[in-house]
Design a protein around this ligand. Structure first.
Ligand SMILES: [Zn+2]
Length: 212
C-alpha cells in the first residue's frame, strides 16, 4: 500500500537534515496528544506568518481552532461537520477537528499524524488567503499536502521540530489515512491516491512551500 521508494526518498531527505534521535517529532519529550496538537498549530502559524512577512503580505491567523467529538462539531456554511474529520472552513476562517478521531490516529500511528493533518488544514487556510483557485478538488488537496511537507521540513530544518527514525513512515502512513472528508476521502478522485499524496508531500518537503 505504501510504495517503498518514496519512504526511502523521504528517509534520505530526513537523513540529509542531520537528524538525531530524540523520542518524537517534538523538541520536548513525551508530549501528550494535546501538547502535540497545540504545538503543531502554533508552529505552523508561526511558519506561515514568516512566509507572508517575507513577501510583504499580512498573514491572517485563523479565527478559531475547534476540537469536537462525533457529530458535535461546528457547521461550516450550513454544512454540518462529520465524525472522523478535520477541516478548514473558509466561511468562518477556522479549523475544526474530531479530537477522538485524531487522538486515535495519534495512538495508532504516532505523533506524525498530528503534524501532518494540522499543517494540511492550515494549507487550506493559506490557499484561501492567497485566493488560489483550482479546477479540481484533488489539485487543492495535493497542494495542501505539499504545503504540509514544506512546513514540516522548514520546522525540522529550523530545529523547532526534531524527527526520529520512523517519523517519516508515520507521516506517509498518515497521508493514506488522513484527510478532510467533507467529501469522500477514500475516493482517490477527491484527495488523490496515497501515492500522489506522498509525492506531493515529498515535493514540498524537498523543495519547500515555494515548490508547491
Ligand atoms: Zn484537505
Amino acid at each position: 500500500m505504501i510504495p517503498r521508494p518514496l519512504i526511502v526518498v523521504l528517509a534520505l531527505v530526513l537523513a540529509a537534515c542531520g537528524l538525531t534521535r530524540p523520542p518524537s517529532m517534538d523538541a520536548a519529550e513525551e508530549d501528550s496528544f494535546e501538547d502535540d496538537v497545540r504545538t503543531a498549530r502554533t508552529l505552523t502559524e508561526e511558519f506561515w506568518k514568516q512566509q507572508f512577512d517575507r513577501l510583504g503580505e499580512t498573514y491572517r491567523p485563523i479565527a478559531d481552532f475547534i476540537p469536537y467529538s462525533g457529530t458535535s462539531g461546528p457547521s461550516c456554511g450550513g454544512e454540518p461537520s462529520v465524525p472522523n474529520n478535520a477541516f478548514y472552513c473558509p466561511v468562518g476562517h477556522f479549523i475544526a477537528y474530531d479530537q477522538d478521531w485524531m487522538e486515535a490516529l495519534w495512538n495508532e500511528m504516532g505523533d506524525g499524524s498530528v503534524y501532518l493533518i494540522i499543517p494540511h488544514e492550515f494549507g487550506h487556510s493559506v490557499q484561501a488567503q492567497l485566493g488560489t483557485g483550482f479546477e479540481l478538488n484533488v489539485q487543492m488537496e495535493l497542494q495542501a499536502d505539499c504545503y504540509a511537507g514544506g512546513t514540516l521540513s522548514a520546522l525540522v530544518n529550523s530545529g523547532a521540530l526534531t524527527a526520529q527514525p520512523g517519523d517519516e513512515n508515520e507521516l506517509l502512513l498518515s497521508l493514506a489515512a488522513a484527510g478532510d472528508p467533507t467529501d469522500d476521502w477514500l475516493n482517490p478522485a477527491a484527495h488523490g491516491t496515497a501515492e500522489q499524496r506522498q509525492q506531493a508531500f515529498v515535493q514540498g518537503y524537498r523543495g519547500g512551500v515555494g515548490a508547491c
